[in-house]
Design a protein around this ligand. Structure first.
Ligand code: FMN
Length: 263
């Protein structure tokens, strides 16, 4: 197996409700414990560009058996890898379909050497009528343990990044190359602001990764929502919801962690 030869990592992540951030933080912490310098960056903030001599880490949410279109766009803008190591992390609530293989192919095509990939089963971040606290705690604990093992395997050269399975191209076609799952999700989870609960803090506007929310007195949604759940998860007054549904707010980390400048 290829070894992660670099002693520093630029780890780019996107996380809607904090699950992926939590997994990425666990991997980063374990790598740091092994003497690797890890810098974490938000994928939605611009073009990723790992520093000279650093390995690349990518951590993304599984969404529609792939990941969010804006995340693919950012990753497509990565510079040539010149043989540096790359590892991937994803979180999912059940089945990830077409993420591992296509992500590996994209990075390989850009000259990165895939050294390891880990996916973590986490709580679902949408459509919760109840929050199963105990089950969620068990998933967080398992994630932490697997993340530490994954980091060790990366450092030992024992991690692997397998190609996609036989159904991977199908899911890739569905989740990455077509827009209808996203349109369907948007229709099923059309988020609205309850102006009576909204305190006009603008947090949702700042957090939206696609610039889909504008402040027009109260926050208003445009047509670029990818249903990542961030605005819903981190609204301080629970003013964002799907009309007619009483979905419970779920987040894995607090707002201060999601937006921290020292991860
Ligand atoms: C729009 C959307 C689509 C999702 N699609 C999938 C999926 O295809 N497979 C899956 O296992 N989980 C899916 N999930 C669940 C998330 O992958 C899972 O809860 C993840 O840990 C959320 O991470 P985050 O909080 O970092 O965004 C989806 C979640 C959302 C919001």
């Amino acid at each position: 197996m290829p070894v992660m030869k670099e002693t520093s990592v630029d780890l780019y992540f996107f996380s809607g409700a904090g699950n992926t951030l939590l997994a990425a933080m666990h991997v980063a912490e374990a790598l740091r414990g092994g003497g690797v310098e890890v810098r974490m960056h938000r994928l939605e903030k611009g073009t990723p560009s790992p520093a000279e001599g650093a390995a690349l880490g990518v951590a993304v949410t599984t969404a529609c058996f792939s990941t969010y279109p804006f995340a693919w766009e950012a990753l497509r803008r990565l510079p040539y890898g010149a043989g540096r190591s790359a590892f991937g992390i994803s979180t999912m609530a059940g089945y990830s379909g077409g993420l591992r293989g296509p992500l590996r192919a994209l990075l390989e095509g850009k000259g990165y050497v895939p050294v390891g990939y880990a996916e973590f089963l986490m709580p679902t971040n949408y459509g919760n009528v109840e929050i199963p606290e105990e089950k969620n705690r068990a998933r967080f604990a398992a994630c932490r343990e697997s993340a530490e093992k994954f980091a060790r395997r990366l450092m030992d050269g024992a991690a692997e990044w397998r190609r996609g399975g036989p159904l991977s191209p199908l899911f890739d076609l569905l989740g990455r190359r077509s827009s209808w799952p996203w349109r369907l999700m948007r229709r099923m989870y059309t988020l609205k602001v309850d102006d009576r609960k909204c305190i006009q803090c603008g947090r949702c506007v700042r957090l939206c990764p696609t610039g889909n929310i504008v402040m027009n007195g109260y926050p208003r949604f445009l047509d670029r929502c990818v249903v990542c759940q961030r605005c819903f998860a981190f609204c301080p007054t629970g003013a964002i919801n799907v009309p007619g549904k009483s979905y419970r707010q779920y987040r894995a980390v607090e707002y201060e962690t999601l937006t921290s400048s020292s991860l």
